[in-house]
Design a protein around this ligand. Sequence first.
Ligand SMILES: [Zn+2]
Length: 309
Amino acid sequence: MELVPIGTHLYACLQPDRGLGWSNSGFIAAGGGLVVDTLYDQKLTAQMADLYAEVHPETPTRVVNTHHNGDHCWGNKIFEEAEIIAHTGCAERFDEFTPAQAASMAAMESPPPHLADIAEAFRDFHFDDVELVPPNRVIDGDLQLDLGGLEVEILYVGPAHTAGDLIVSVPDQGVVFAGDVVFHLCTPIGWEGTHQAWVEALEAIEAMAPETVVAGHGPLCDTAGVRAMREYLEYVWEEASAHHAAGRTTSQACQSIDPGQYASWNEPWRLAYNVHRAYKELNGGAWDDSYHTGAAMADAALLREQWAK
Ligand SMILES: [Zn+2]
């Protein structure tokens, strides 16, 4: 991982691997120190904390969890003395999927085919010693902070990628820490939320015209990177809608959609998750209904195999 200065008192901690669970974090070295997202396990988060200590020796007093996926909050234990801020939608789902479950998937000797990829990806992390430390300041909307004279806006933009999506904006410096509302050069996966709400969240970030965006996954980007992500979601939605209207099954839609220019993004076969999520909505599912992730995983595994040929 790498600590990258992105403004006055502002840093990104970037993990070069764009695969599952390799998330980014942000740091504001002012007003006591504010960490935007911890990492997938305590070992990685301790490494990250060491990097932050190089620019801010005192223990940070605040953490923001942008959402409840483990790769953004399972390292909270490292900062357990801090005020840990998250949205209600994050707090309510905090232990929906646990480190113990992830550890048992990683330990599967012969996982079923649709879980093979995820089991392998999980083996890179240390879930056995992760102790969940939930947020202790739960917010329902936006929150403004003054960090030693630096204006920081914590904005609720969900339900887009998940129910509890927060972004952290430093408007005076044109910096947005976007969590998984933005994936850059890697294919997004969404959980709760709707395509439209996700598109609106991205449009809201585009309207801020940030110069630097710290994506949840992938390298740094700017407004153009946010636009590219929105266009991807719009493309998938239009394609999925057309196949749905033509009476095709979810699997048929996955097989038929051309990844086009997005084939070069990391793990393009994640398209299947986005198609399943779109079909859930097209079939009248509510934003907080879950889609059939097992079927999405199976379709993603099939696309991966086919596109490798
Ligand atoms: Zn993530």
